[in-house]
Ligand binder design. Structure first.
Ligand SMILES: *Cc1c(COP(=O)(O)O)cnc(C)c1O
Length: 394
Protein backbone atom coordinates (compact mmCIF):
# COMPACT_ATOMS: atom_id res chain seq x y z
CA UNK A 1 0.00 0.00 0.00
CA UNK A 2 1.29 3.46 -0.82
CA UNK A 3 1.89 5.91 1.97
CA UNK A 4 0.08 9.21 1.46
CA UNK A 5 2.65 11.00 3.59
CA UNK A 6 5.38 10.48 0.98
CA UNK A 7 6.21 13.64 -0.89
CA UNK A 8 6.27 12.04 -4.35
CA UNK A 9 3.96 13.89 -6.77
CA UNK A 10 0.66 12.05 -7.22
CA UNK A 11 -1.69 12.22 -10.10
CA UNK A 12 -5.21 13.40 -9.27
CA UNK A 13 -7.35 10.43 -8.33
CA UNK A 14 -11.07 9.97 -8.68
CA UNK A 15 -13.60 10.43 -5.88
CA UNK A 16 -14.27 6.74 -5.27
CA UNK A 17 -10.55 6.19 -4.85
CA UNK A 18 -10.03 9.24 -2.64
CA UNK A 19 -12.83 8.28 -0.29
CA UNK A 20 -11.17 4.92 0.28
CA UNK A 21 -7.56 6.09 0.46
CA UNK A 22 -7.39 9.63 1.88
CA UNK A 23 -6.07 9.93 5.43
CA UNK A 24 -4.15 6.65 5.43
CA UNK A 25 -0.52 6.88 6.55
CA UNK A 26 0.38 3.27 7.29
CA UNK A 27 4.15 3.73 7.25
CA UNK A 28 3.83 6.26 10.09
CA UNK A 29 2.10 3.58 12.17
CA UNK A 30 4.27 0.48 11.70
CA UNK A 31 2.34 -0.44 8.53
CA UNK A 32 -1.08 -0.74 10.17
CA UNK A 33 -3.70 0.25 7.61
CA UNK A 34 -5.87 2.47 9.81
CA UNK A 35 -4.70 5.44 11.89
CA UNK A 36 -4.56 4.83 15.64
CA UNK A 37 -7.51 5.91 17.78
CA UNK A 38 -5.69 8.54 19.81
CA UNK A 39 -7.25 9.15 23.23
CA UNK A 40 -5.65 12.35 24.39
CA UNK A 41 -5.76 15.47 26.46
CA UNK A 42 -2.05 16.07 27.21
CA UNK A 43 0.67 16.18 24.54
CA UNK A 44 4.23 16.04 25.94
CA UNK A 45 7.24 18.05 24.71
CA UNK A 46 10.94 17.34 25.27
CA UNK A 47 11.71 20.80 26.71
CA UNK A 48 10.30 24.27 27.44
CA UNK A 49 11.47 25.87 24.19
CA UNK A 50 9.90 23.15 22.06
CA UNK A 51 6.62 23.54 23.92
CA UNK A 52 6.67 27.32 23.36
CA UNK A 53 7.32 27.02 19.61
CA UNK A 54 4.44 28.33 17.50
CA UNK A 55 2.70 26.51 14.68
CA UNK A 56 2.98 22.91 15.91
CA UNK A 57 0.26 20.58 14.70
CA UNK A 58 -0.41 18.77 17.96
CA UNK A 59 -0.41 20.68 21.23
CA UNK A 60 -3.43 19.50 23.23
CA UNK A 61 -6.26 16.99 22.70
CA UNK A 62 -8.76 19.69 21.82
CA UNK A 63 -6.69 21.05 18.93
CA UNK A 64 -6.70 17.72 17.04
CA UNK A 65 -5.01 14.33 16.80
CA UNK A 66 -3.91 12.02 13.97
CA UNK A 67 -7.38 10.41 14.26
CA UNK A 68 -9.29 13.67 13.74
CA UNK A 69 -6.88 14.67 10.95
CA UNK A 70 -7.64 11.48 9.02
CA UNK A 71 -11.36 12.33 9.09
CA UNK A 72 -10.99 16.04 8.29
CA UNK A 73 -8.64 15.16 5.38
CA UNK A 74 -11.29 12.97 3.82
CA UNK A 75 -14.07 15.54 4.37
CA UNK A 76 -11.89 18.27 2.81
CA UNK A 77 -11.38 16.01 -0.17
CA UNK A 78 -15.11 15.27 -0.60
CA UNK A 79 -16.28 18.84 -0.03
CA UNK A 80 -13.50 20.48 -2.09
CA UNK A 81 -12.68 22.46 1.08
CA UNK A 82 -9.48 23.90 2.57
CA UNK A 83 -10.48 23.10 6.12
CA UNK A 84 -13.05 21.14 8.13
CA UNK A 85 -13.92 21.23 11.81
CA UNK A 86 -15.66 18.40 13.63
CA UNK A 87 -18.54 19.18 15.97
CA UNK A 88 -20.03 16.91 18.65
CA UNK A 89 -23.36 16.65 16.76
CA UNK A 90 -24.89 17.73 13.48
CA UNK A 91 -26.87 20.36 15.36
CA UNK A 92 -23.68 21.72 16.97
CA UNK A 93 -22.18 22.02 13.46
CA UNK A 94 -25.17 24.17 12.42
CA UNK A 95 -25.10 26.32 15.55
CA UNK A 96 -21.34 26.96 15.79
CA UNK A 97 -21.20 27.83 12.08
CA UNK A 98 -24.03 30.33 12.50
CA UNK A 99 -22.59 31.79 15.70
CA UNK A 100 -19.22 32.27 13.97
CA UNK A 101 -20.59 34.52 11.23
CA UNK A 102 -23.02 36.81 13.10
CA UNK A 103 -22.82 39.49 15.77
CA UNK A 104 -25.34 41.34 17.88
CA UNK A 105 -27.58 43.58 15.75
CA UNK A 106 -27.32 41.42 12.63
CA UNK A 107 -30.23 40.02 10.61
CA UNK A 108 -30.10 36.58 9.02
CA UNK A 109 -32.26 34.83 6.43
CA UNK A 110 -33.21 31.19 6.92
CA UNK A 111 -35.28 28.89 4.69
CA UNK A 112 -38.63 27.95 6.22
CA UNK A 113 -38.01 24.20 5.79
CA UNK A 114 -34.88 24.29 7.98
CA UNK A 115 -34.17 21.40 10.39
CA UNK A 116 -36.34 22.32 13.35
CA UNK A 117 -33.68 22.36 16.12
CA UNK A 118 -31.58 24.77 13.99
CA UNK A 119 -34.63 27.00 13.87
CA UNK A 120 -34.94 26.72 17.66
CA UNK A 121 -31.32 27.96 17.98
CA UNK A 122 -32.14 31.00 15.81
CA UNK A 123 -35.32 31.79 17.75
CA UNK A 124 -33.69 31.05 21.12
CA UNK A 125 -29.96 31.65 21.53
CA UNK A 126 -29.42 33.99 18.56
CA UNK A 127 -32.48 36.04 19.39
CA UNK A 128 -31.34 36.46 23.02
CA UNK A 129 -27.99 37.76 21.75
CA UNK A 130 -29.55 40.34 19.46
CA UNK A 131 -29.58 38.51 16.10
CA UNK A 132 -32.89 38.63 14.23
CA UNK A 133 -33.94 35.74 11.98
CA UNK A 134 -36.22 36.15 8.97
CA UNK A 135 -37.76 33.00 7.51
CA UNK A 136 -38.41 32.74 3.81
CA UNK A 137 -39.86 30.15 1.43
CA UNK A 138 -36.67 29.24 -0.44
CA UNK A 139 -38.67 28.20 -3.50
CA UNK A 140 -39.92 31.78 -3.92
CA UNK A 141 -36.98 33.67 -5.45
CA UNK A 142 -38.92 36.97 -5.42
CA UNK A 143 -39.41 36.61 -1.67
CA UNK A 144 -35.68 35.87 -1.25
CA UNK A 145 -34.80 38.93 -3.30
CA UNK A 146 -37.13 41.14 -1.28
CA UNK A 147 -35.73 39.77 1.98
CA UNK A 148 -32.19 40.58 0.78
CA UNK A 149 -32.99 44.27 0.29
CA UNK A 150 -32.29 44.83 4.00
CA UNK A 151 -28.74 44.18 5.28
CA UNK A 152 -28.41 40.43 5.87
CA UNK A 153 -25.28 38.93 7.44
CA UNK A 154 -25.94 35.27 6.64
CA UNK A 155 -28.27 33.08 4.59
CA UNK A 156 -28.88 29.53 5.84
CA UNK A 157 -30.10 26.97 3.31
CA UNK A 158 -31.17 23.35 3.43
CA UNK A 159 -32.44 21.43 0.43
CA UNK A 160 -34.30 19.23 0.02
CA UNK A 161 -36.05 19.94 3.35
CA UNK A 162 -35.64 16.87 5.54
CA UNK A 163 -39.40 16.49 6.24
CA UNK A 164 -41.08 17.95 3.18
CA UNK A 165 -38.34 17.76 0.51
CA UNK A 166 -38.58 21.24 -1.04
CA UNK A 167 -35.90 21.81 -3.69
CA UNK A 168 -34.43 25.29 -3.99
CA UNK A 169 -32.14 26.92 -6.52
CA UNK A 170 -28.91 26.91 -4.48
CA UNK A 171 -26.55 28.50 -7.06
CA UNK A 172 -29.04 31.30 -7.72
CA UNK A 173 -29.68 32.08 -4.04
CA UNK A 174 -25.96 31.84 -3.23
CA UNK A 175 -25.27 34.34 -6.02
CA UNK A 176 -27.98 36.71 -4.76
CA UNK A 177 -26.63 36.41 -1.21
CA UNK A 178 -23.07 37.12 -2.35
CA UNK A 179 -24.22 40.19 -4.27
CA UNK A 180 -25.94 41.37 -1.08
CA UNK A 181 -22.76 40.82 0.97
CA UNK A 182 -24.12 37.85 2.98
CA UNK A 183 -22.30 34.63 3.89
CA UNK A 184 -24.17 31.50 2.72
CA UNK A 185 -24.36 28.33 4.84
CA UNK A 186 -25.97 25.09 3.78
CA UNK A 187 -27.04 22.01 5.71
CA UNK A 188 -26.34 19.41 3.01
CA UNK A 189 -27.05 16.28 5.06
CA UNK A 190 -29.55 14.84 2.57
CA UNK A 191 -27.33 14.78 -0.53
CA UNK A 192 -23.92 14.52 1.16
CA UNK A 193 -21.02 15.98 -0.86
CA UNK A 194 -21.08 12.77 -2.93
CA UNK A 195 -24.26 13.93 -4.69
CA UNK A 196 -24.10 17.71 -4.24
CA UNK A 197 -21.11 19.90 -3.46
CA UNK A 198 -22.31 23.16 -1.89
CA UNK A 199 -18.91 24.87 -2.14
CA UNK A 200 -18.79 24.30 -5.91
CA UNK A 201 -22.26 25.90 -6.17
CA UNK A 202 -21.39 29.20 -4.48
CA UNK A 203 -22.09 28.28 -0.83
CA UNK A 204 -19.48 29.45 1.71
CA UNK A 205 -19.91 26.88 4.50
CA UNK A 206 -21.05 23.30 3.91
CA UNK A 207 -22.52 21.55 6.94
CA UNK A 208 -23.15 17.85 7.40
CA UNK A 209 -24.89 15.91 10.16
CA UNK A 210 -22.29 13.14 9.94
CA UNK A 211 -24.59 11.22 12.30
CA UNK A 212 -26.57 10.31 9.19
CA UNK A 213 -24.81 8.99 6.06
CA UNK A 214 -21.16 9.69 6.91
CA UNK A 215 -21.33 7.44 9.97
CA UNK A 216 -24.21 5.45 8.53
CA UNK A 217 -24.84 2.94 11.31
CA UNK A 218 -27.17 4.68 13.80
CA UNK A 219 -24.54 4.40 16.53
CA UNK A 220 -23.11 7.90 17.08
CA UNK A 221 -23.59 11.67 16.71
CA UNK A 222 -21.15 13.96 14.88
CA UNK A 223 -21.16 17.04 12.63
CA UNK A 224 -18.80 18.64 10.11
CA UNK A 225 -18.35 22.20 8.82
CA UNK A 226 -16.20 22.73 5.71
CA UNK A 227 -15.16 25.76 3.69
CA UNK A 228 -12.38 27.95 2.37
CA UNK A 229 -9.43 28.78 4.65
CA UNK A 230 -10.30 32.37 5.56
CA UNK A 231 -13.88 31.78 6.64
CA UNK A 232 -13.00 28.49 8.33
CA UNK A 233 -10.44 30.36 10.48
CA UNK A 234 -13.41 32.33 11.85
CA UNK A 235 -15.44 29.16 12.41
CA UNK A 236 -12.48 27.46 14.09
CA UNK A 237 -12.02 30.45 16.41
CA UNK A 238 -15.65 30.27 17.57
CA UNK A 239 -15.38 26.47 17.88
CA UNK A 240 -12.23 26.97 20.02
CA UNK A 241 -13.90 29.59 22.18
CA UNK A 242 -16.77 27.20 22.87
CA UNK A 243 -14.35 24.37 23.68
CA UNK A 244 -15.94 21.89 21.31
CA UNK A 245 -14.42 18.45 20.83
CA UNK A 246 -15.43 15.01 19.53
CA UNK A 247 -14.38 11.81 21.29
CA UNK A 248 -11.87 9.69 19.32
CA UNK A 249 -14.01 6.55 19.17
CA UNK A 250 -16.83 8.43 17.41
CA UNK A 251 -14.30 10.00 15.03
CA UNK A 252 -12.89 6.59 14.22
CA UNK A 253 -16.32 5.04 13.66
CA UNK A 254 -17.21 7.90 11.31
CA UNK A 255 -13.95 7.37 9.43
CA UNK A 256 -14.81 3.69 9.11
CA UNK A 257 -18.28 4.64 7.81
CA UNK A 258 -16.75 6.99 5.23
CA UNK A 259 -14.86 4.16 3.55
CA UNK A 260 -18.17 2.62 2.44
CA UNK A 261 -20.16 5.84 1.94
CA UNK A 262 -20.06 5.72 -1.84
CA UNK A 263 -21.21 2.08 -2.08
CA UNK A 264 -23.84 2.45 0.65
CA UNK A 265 -25.34 5.48 -1.07
CA UNK A 266 -25.61 3.61 -4.36
CA UNK A 267 -27.71 0.96 -2.63
CA UNK A 268 -29.80 3.51 -0.67
CA UNK A 269 -30.48 5.25 -3.97
CA UNK A 270 -31.46 2.10 -5.83
CA UNK A 271 -33.77 0.90 -3.03
CA UNK A 272 -35.39 4.31 -2.67
CA UNK A 273 -36.01 4.62 -6.39
CA UNK A 274 -37.80 1.27 -6.40
CA UNK A 275 -39.83 2.03 -3.26
CA UNK A 276 -40.77 5.54 -4.44
CA UNK A 277 -41.88 4.25 -7.84
CA UNK A 278 -44.03 1.58 -6.18
CA UNK A 279 -45.57 4.11 -3.76
CA UNK A 280 -46.35 6.57 -6.55
CA UNK A 281 -48.68 3.98 -8.11
CA UNK A 282 -50.69 3.48 -4.88
CA UNK A 283 -54.07 5.17 -4.75
CA UNK A 284 -53.87 5.73 -0.94
CA UNK A 285 -50.83 7.99 -1.38
CA UNK A 286 -51.56 11.61 -2.36
CA UNK A 287 -48.00 12.57 -3.25
CA UNK A 288 -44.52 11.07 -3.20
CA UNK A 289 -41.90 13.54 -1.97
CA UNK A 290 -38.60 12.41 -3.50
CA UNK A 291 -37.00 14.90 -5.89
CA UNK A 292 -35.22 12.14 -7.85
CA UNK A 293 -38.57 10.66 -8.90
CA UNK A 294 -39.71 12.04 -12.28
CA UNK A 295 -42.85 14.10 -11.71
CA UNK A 296 -42.16 14.66 -8.00
CA UNK A 297 -41.93 18.25 -6.70
CA UNK A 298 -38.47 19.74 -7.33
CA UNK A 299 -37.43 17.09 -9.86
CA UNK A 300 -36.17 19.58 -12.46
CA UNK A 301 -33.88 21.40 -10.02
CA UNK A 302 -32.65 18.11 -8.61
CA UNK A 303 -31.84 16.83 -12.12
CA UNK A 304 -30.03 20.06 -12.96
CA UNK A 305 -27.83 20.32 -9.85
CA UNK A 306 -27.54 16.96 -8.07
CA UNK A 307 -25.52 13.90 -9.10
CA UNK A 308 -27.70 11.45 -7.20
CA UNK A 309 -30.25 10.96 -4.46
CA UNK A 310 -30.08 9.30 -1.07
CA UNK A 311 -32.56 7.25 0.96
CA UNK A 312 -34.77 9.79 2.72
CA UNK A 313 -38.20 10.42 1.19
CA UNK A 314 -41.75 11.27 2.18
CA UNK A 315 -45.29 10.40 1.26
CA UNK A 316 -48.39 12.45 1.92
CA UNK A 317 -51.94 11.44 2.72
CA UNK A 318 -54.69 13.92 2.02
CA UNK A 319 -58.26 14.14 3.30
CA UNK A 320 -57.91 11.11 5.55
CA UNK A 321 -58.11 11.11 9.36
CA UNK A 322 -54.72 11.23 11.07
CA UNK A 323 -55.63 8.01 12.89
CA UNK A 324 -55.56 6.13 9.57
CA UNK A 325 -52.09 7.46 8.83
CA UNK A 326 -51.01 6.39 12.33
CA UNK A 327 -52.44 2.93 11.65
CA UNK A 328 -50.32 2.75 8.49
CA UNK A 329 -47.09 3.54 10.37
CA UNK A 330 -48.04 1.25 13.28
CA UNK A 331 -48.83 -1.48 10.75
CA UNK A 332 -45.27 -1.57 9.43
CA UNK A 333 -43.04 -4.38 10.66
CA UNK A 334 -39.62 -3.87 9.07
CA UNK A 335 -39.65 -0.08 9.39
CA UNK A 336 -38.66 1.07 12.87
CA UNK A 337 -40.49 4.07 14.35
CA UNK A 338 -37.91 6.59 15.51
CA UNK A 339 -35.96 9.79 14.92
CA UNK A 340 -32.86 10.22 12.76
CA UNK A 341 -31.99 8.66 9.40
CA UNK A 342 -29.07 7.73 7.17
CA UNK A 343 -28.47 4.42 8.94
CA UNK A 344 -28.55 0.99 7.32
CA UNK A 345 -32.00 0.16 8.71
CA UNK A 346 -35.35 1.46 7.48
CA UNK A 347 -37.41 3.89 9.57
CA UNK A 348 -40.80 5.54 9.37
CA UNK A 349 -41.98 8.65 11.21
CA UNK A 350 -45.23 10.59 11.14
CA UNK A 351 -44.22 14.26 10.85
CA UNK A 352 -45.79 16.94 13.03
CA UNK A 353 -45.66 20.03 10.88
CA UNK A 354 -48.49 21.86 12.68
CA UNK A 355 -46.93 25.16 13.74
CA UNK A 356 -43.27 24.90 12.74
CA UNK A 357 -43.54 26.73 9.41
CA UNK A 358 -44.07 30.48 9.47
CA UNK A 359 -43.33 31.71 5.92
CA UNK A 360 -45.40 29.04 4.17
CA UNK A 361 -47.55 26.90 6.48
CA UNK A 362 -47.92 23.26 5.49
CA UNK A 363 -51.58 22.35 4.65
CA UNK A 364 -53.24 20.98 7.78
CA UNK A 365 -55.14 18.26 5.93
CA UNK A 366 -51.96 16.82 4.39
CA UNK A 367 -50.12 14.31 6.60
CA UNK A 368 -46.48 13.49 5.89
CA UNK A 369 -44.88 10.14 6.64
CA UNK A 370 -41.11 10.25 6.30
CA UNK A 371 -39.33 7.07 5.26
CA UNK A 372 -35.64 6.33 5.72
CA UNK A 373 -35.02 3.61 3.17
CA UNK A 374 -32.28 1.35 4.44
CA UNK A 375 -30.11 -1.32 2.89
CA UNK A 376 -32.59 -4.22 3.17
CA UNK A 377 -33.88 -6.06 0.09
CA UNK A 378 -36.23 -3.54 -1.56
CA UNK A 379 -38.85 -6.20 -2.24
CA UNK A 380 -39.15 -6.90 1.50
CA UNK A 381 -39.60 -3.17 2.13
CA UNK A 382 -42.29 -2.93 -0.54
CA UNK A 383 -44.16 -5.91 0.90
CA UNK A 384 -43.95 -4.34 4.36
CA UNK A 385 -45.36 -1.03 3.05
CA UNK A 386 -48.13 -2.94 1.30
CA UNK A 387 -48.97 -4.64 4.61
CA UNK A 388 -49.10 -1.26 6.37
CA UNK A 389 -51.38 0.26 3.71
CA UNK A 390 -53.70 -2.73 3.89
CA UNK A 391 -53.78 -2.57 7.70
CA UNK A 392 -54.80 1.10 7.58
CA UNK A 393 -56.95 1.41 4.48
CA UNK A 394 -58.18 -2.16 3.91
C1 LIG B 1 -30.26 15.06 12.11
C2 LIG B 1 -30.07 16.35 11.42
C3 LIG B 1 -29.28 17.34 11.99
C4 LIG B 1 -28.69 17.22 13.36
O1 LIG B 1 -27.81 16.16 13.52
P1 LIG B 1 -27.56 15.55 14.98
O2 LIG B 1 -26.28 14.84 14.85
O3 LIG B 1 -28.74 14.67 15.27
O4 LIG B 1 -27.48 16.71 15.93
C5 LIG B 1 -29.08 18.51 11.27
N1 LIG B 1 -29.64 18.67 10.06
C6 LIG B 1 -30.41 17.75 9.50
C7 LIG B 1 -30.99 17.99 8.14
C8 LIG B 1 -30.67 16.56 10.16
O5 LIG B 1 -31.47 15.64 9.61
Amino acid sequence: MSDDSKDAPRKALRRATNIVRTGLKPMEYHGFVNPPVVHASTVLFPDVDTMARKGQRYTYGRSGTPTTDALTDIVNELEGADATVLAPTGLAACTVALAAVVKSGDHILVVDNIYHPTRAFCDGFLSRYGVTTHYVDGQDLDAVETALTRPIAAVFLETPGSLTFEMIDVPKIAEMARAAGAVTLMDNTWATPIYFQPLAHGVDLSIQAATKYFAGHSDLLLGTIAGKAELMAKVRKCWDEWGLHVGPDDVFLTLRGMRTLDVRLERHQRNTRLVSEWLSARKEVAQVLYPALPGAPGHALWARDFKGATGLMGITFKDVPRDKVKAFVNGLGLFGIGASWGGFESLATLASLGSIRTAKPWPRDEHVVRLNIGLEDPQDLIEDLEGGLTAAFG
